[in-house]
Design a protein around this ligand. Sequence first.
Ligand code: KIV
Length: 271
Amino acid sequence: MEKLSVYPKITTHVLQEMKLKGEKIAMLTAYDYTMAGLIDEAGIDVILVGDSASNVMAGHKTTLPITLNEMIYHASSVMRAVTRALVVVDLPFGTYQGDSLEALHSAIRIMKESGANAIKMEGGKEIVQSVKRILSAGIPVLGHLGLTPQSIHKFGTYVVRATEADEAKKLESDAKLLEEAGCFGVVLEKIPAALGAKVTHKLKIPTIGIGAGSGVDGQVLVLHDMLGLTQKFSPRFLRRYNNLSEEIKGSVQTYISDIKTLNFPNEREQY
Ligand code: KIV
C-alpha cells in the first residue's frame, strides 16, 4: 500500500506546515476501532470523531441527540487504533454553547477520558469566549463555520450557506476571530467555492472544506458516505469511492444461502 505523505506523526504544527508548503490535508470521520485503524494505516492525516456518529452510528435524524459520554466512547475506541493521524473530537450539542466554564469541562473530559488530540466546535463570535477558555487550558481547537449541523433547527434546511453578502461577511469575520483566538484550523461546510478560497487566502491557519470547493487547504468527508455505506444522503459535494452497502448485502446473502443449502460449514471448516 503506497503512502502519500512523509510525516510520521500528524500534529497541529504539521498541519500548519502543510498549509505553508501548499500540501493538501486529507481528513475523514471515524467512530470505531476497526475503521479508525484501517484509515490510519491507509495514511489519512486527520481523523474526526464527528457528532455525525449521531446519524450514521446511532440512526438519529440530526446530530443533536448524541451525548458527551457517547462521544467519549467513540473517541476512546478510535484512539485505541490510531498511531499516526491527528484525532479531533466534536464537542456535542449542549455541552459548550452559552457557558465557557461548562465548555472547558466538556473539552477536558474528552481529552482526559479518550486521550484525543484536539476538539472541534461549531460557531464563530457566539462561542469565542468558550474557544479561548478551552485554548487557555492547552487544548487545541478546530473551528467549524458555514453549515453547522448543530444549528439545523435555526437554519431550517441543509442548503448551501453564506450565498448572501451579509452571511458571507459574517463568516469571513468569524473565521478571522477564530484564528485570532488561537484555533489551529477551521472546517468550512457547504459554502460557495469562491468564499472558501477567499477565506483560505486570508487565514494563516488551514481550512478544511466539506462542500467548500477546491480552493481550501484540505477536504473532509463522512467515512460512511464516501464508502457508500449510506445510500440516501447524496449532496453534490459527496464523491462515493465505493459501494460497500451493496457489497455487504451481497456477502450476507451468499452467507445465508450457503447455510440454507448446507454449503457452510464444509469439511475443512469443522473440527
Ligand atoms: O460531524 C461531522 O462529521 C462533521 C463533518 C461533516 C465536518 O462535523
